[in-house]
Design a protein around this ligand. Structure first.
Ligand code: ADP
Length: 234
């Protein structure tokens, strides 16, 4: 078991180093170019500054997600509060609409009275990860349907998209840190490869389960089934 842990730790450190090295290489490359010919070519300068800025934002997102993951792994479960899910879902919708730049239709059906007990900040982060993935992995014009309702008496949040979908062999591995089906699409859309790992940790802290069903080129549905026990307080 200890050996397995050590292997996991080593893989993780190697992954992080690789993820940080790529944007750093871009930044370093441009800096060296500018050092050799200081700002003679203004077009190159403009392009370089834009690319360096994109890459530093990427490093920033990566570090933010790593810190979030580490906090989730090391801190005790936070105190529970009543979470007004339909209100929370509305603010997640507004945020997703901004990310989509109006390129997708985002439909919401949320049971207004269905509340749960949990940590609002963590639940917001889990919902927002799933909805932003639906936007990022869907082509322009796709519809994203968000539902919040009791299903077989369990409170269930689901987010369905008409996007690229996922082949069955990948599904069980999606919540692993840095596991991506299509690395370039993930990076082009600002992904860190850590979103679903964060979701999984948050759900564990709420005794909730992630259910994924998907078909390539048709779309995906990610659902969170919360336990009855944390109170489907109406
Ligand atoms: P990333 O930052 O790469 O999106 P995530 O942990 O959020 O990382 O997701 C892991 C991988 O799962 C993604 O790289 C993508 O391949 C796949 N994925 C997640 N959500 C969806 C979705 N709605 N449709 C298609 N693929 C998805």
């Amino acid at each position: 078991e200890r050996e397995q842990l050590e292997v996991t730790r080593r893989d993780f450190v190697a992954n992080i180093s690789h993820e940080l090295r790529t944007p750093l290489t871009v930044i370093q490359g441009f800096l060296e170019t500018f050092e050799d010919n200081p700002a003679e070519d203004t077009k190159l300068l403009t392009r370089g500054v834009k690319l360096m800025s994109d890459q530093s934002q990427r490093m920033n997102r990566l570090i933010t997600d790593l810190l979030a993951l580490s906090r989730l792994e090391t801190s005790d479960a936070p105190p529970q509060e009543v979470v007004h899910m339909s209100r929370l879902i509305e603010s997640v919708r507004v945020e997703a609409q901004a990310l989509s730049t109006e390129k997708h239709n985002i439909d919401v059906h949320a049971s207004a009275d269905l509340k749960i007990l949990g940590c609002e900040e963590e639940i917001r982060s889990a919902l927002s990860n799933l909805v932003s993935n639906a936007v990022r992995y869907s082509p322009k014009g796709g519809t994203i349907s968000i539902e919040w309702a009791l299903i077989d008496q369990d409170p269930v949040f689901s987010c369905q998209d008409q996007g690229v979908g996922i082949a069955p062999e990948h599904i069980s591995r999606l919540t692993e840190r840095f596991y991506r089906v299509d690395k370039s699409r993930s990076q082009e859309t600002g992904g860190t490869g850590l979103g679903l790992a964060i979701v999984k940790h948050i759900l564990n802290r709420h005794n909730a389960k992630l259910e994924i069903s998907s078909e390539p080129n048709k779309g995906s549905q990610f659902s969170i089934r919360f336990p009855k026990t944390i109170g489907s307080s109406k």
